[in-house]
Design a protein around this ligand. Structure first.
Ligand SMILES: Cc1cc2nc3c(=O)[nH]c(=O)nc-3n(C[C@H](O)[C@H](O)[C@H](O)COP(=O)(O)O)c2cc1C
Length: 229
């Protein structure tokens, strides 16, 4: 007798090794690395298809993707970045020491105008209750993040760079893109070919942050009483 939902695809060690390499070598790419070369339609389709196959709470698929190539639109978004980044510099000046402040000033944190394609990823809340989202209302938003990660990995497998820009005013972005009122901006992504991919995060190479090791973040069974803080 055949099972009702028959399918049991298996992968081999070569496939899992390839996936770990794609995960390990995925990078956030900024404007210092993007090339203007346009992305082929077939590659873009693969990237978007990866997004459409992401997991989502209650299979709600609460995502929408705005593809932006227009220079004038990108310029307006870049202006929002500049305004927000000036605010960030001001905020960080109260909490960072002088060396870190100087380092922050020198960081390239977006590639909006350098990348040939920008992707604004929106959360479209459901008007009906969603299976699985009744206790934790952010689950729809987290589902959209899963779609972003799928795209990031698929792009890397195609040797296409992707960078996430979060130093933006989401209301500005919504207005520029004429997004309906109920949509929420989850991610603003810069996408394009690169002159090179770094092997490690730029923020690690520039000694802004170090990678955490497993012992620092993996907890066996439960937190100890003295580690709640
Ligand atoms: C939610 C999120 C928001 C981010 N926002 C920015 C950003 O505004 N600017 C930037 O340069 N990088 C941004 N990044 C990229 C991170 O800095 C980067 O992922 C981290 O430094 C690790 O580097 P890697 O992605 O190359 O491994 C963001 C990443 C995530 C996941």
């Amino acid at each position: 007798m055949t099972a009702r939902f028959e399918s049991n695809k298996q992968f081999d060690a070569e496939a899992s090794d390839l996936l770990s390499q794609i995960i390990q070598y995925r990078r956030d790419v900024r404007g210092n690395r993007f090339l203007p070369t346009p992305i082929e339609d077939s590659a873009l389709k693969q990237i978007l298809d990866a997004a459409l196959h992401a997991p989502s709470v209650g299979f709600s698929q609460p995502w929408e993707f705005v593809l932006i190539k227009d220079k004038a639109t990108k310029h307006k978004i870049r202006e929002s970045f500049n305004t927000e980044n000036d605010k960030a510099k001001d905020t960080l000046s109260h909490s960072l020491d002088k060396d870190k402040q100087t380092q922050y000033q020198g960081l390239k944190l977006e590639g909006i105008e350098e990348s040939p394609l920008n992707l604004a990823v929106f959360y479209k809340p459901s008007k009906q209750p969603v299976l699985g989202q009744t206790s934790m209302p952010d689950m729809g938003r987290f589902s959209v993040v899963c779609a972003v990660q799928n795209m990031w990995l698929m792009a890397r497998s195609l040797n296409i760079g992707m960078g996430w820009v979060s130093i933006l005013n989401p209301d500005d972005v919504k207005a520029i893109l004429k997004a309906p009122k109920d949509r929420e901006l989850i991610a603003y992504l810069c996408v394009g070919y690169v002159d090179k991919f770094y092997d490690k995060p730029e923020l690690e190479l520039q000694k802004w942050e170090a990678r955490k090791n497993a012992e620092q973040v993996i907890i066996k069974e439960q937190y100890l009483n003295d580690s709640f803080s």
